[in-house]
Design a protein around this ligand. Structure first.
Ligand SMILES: Nc1ncnc2c1ncn2[C@@H]1O[C@H](COP(=O)(O)OP(=O)(O)OP(=O)(O)O)[C@@H](O)[C@H]1O
Length: 231
């Protein structure tokens, strides 16, 4: 990626039509640099998840452009966009999206398998990341046997295992106790964030604000004009 990791311009997203039309994101522009950990905070329903999904190439905007590195992602074909996401972006969604029929280790290995890494290699790497998030002893269990907080850590391990240039985390610590949340964010900040990577986080969790380089506030679909520095 270039130095500018994200350049989103004039993003608008409507849901519905006519009288039921909701403006979820209302002419938002933002930039994030490589090496930066950027937070978006704001009240429930203010459009944070919608904006994150548009920047991550998951939800097509009604208007606007998203440049990730040098790529104008919404001009890619669906296949090219899927390939770009696989190689460039790691996500943690609010509801984790773990596959119930796979073991925890297999869930974490998925991004590597999709990138055609040999099965044993991918599983060994997955185990390494499960150890880092404190779940090495849960590797062979299906996700349904894990607590909500453990599932959240599996989702984080899966997002970082492929070493993505852009890591996008939607409420990554919502189900974690304070100590575990901080431990994981410390790892993400110190080991995952490098000069060529960018991390974008949506959170309500004031306990992890200290890790942010910058905090943007979203309200009623708009980013407030002033970015506030991390407390
Ligand atoms: N798929 C959808 N269809 C219709 N409306 C939607 C859809 N997704 C989001 N919205 C609406 O768009 C607005 C923004 O929602 P969004 O989930 O982006 O907010 P948020 O700030 O992430 O909220 P939270 O903090 O509760 O997750 C809300 O009014 C929501 O009801």
């Amino acid at each position: 990626m270039d130095t500018l990791a994200i350049k989103a311009s004039g993003i608008v997203k409507y849901f519905g039509d006519g009288q039921t039309r909701t403006v979820a994101v209302d002419h938002v522009s933002l930039e994030a640099r490589c090496g930066e950990m950027l937070y978006i905070v704001g009240p429930s329903g203010s459009g944070k998840t919608t904006l994150l999904s548009i920047i991550s190439g998951i939800l097509r905007p009604s208007a606007g452009t998203v440049m990730l590195g040098g790529t104008d992602i919404w001009r890619l074909t669906p296949d090219a966009l899927a390939e770009f996401r696989l190689h460039t972006i790691g996500f943690v969604f609010q509801d984790y999206h773990l596959f119930p029929r796979l073991t925890t280790a297999e869930n974490v290995a998925i991004p590597l398998i999709l990138k055609r890494r040999p099965w044993n290699d991918a599983l060994a790497e997955a185990l390494h990341y499960l150890d880092i998030v404190g779940l090495g002893d849960r590797a062979q269990l299906p996700p349904v046997k894990l607590s909500g907080g453990e599932q959240q850590r599996v989702a984080i391990a899966r997002a970082i295992v492929g070493q993505p240039d852009l890591l996008v985390l939607d409420e990554p610590t919502a189900s974690l106790d304070g100590d575990t949340g901080k431990k994981i964010l410390t790892f993400v900040r110190d080991d995952v964030l490098t000069a060529r990577r960018c991390i974008l986080i949506v959170t309500h969790d004031a306990r992890i604000f200290e890790f942010a380089d910058r905090v943007l506030t979203m309200e009623d679909g708009r980013l407030s004009t002033h970015a506030r520095a991390a407390p």
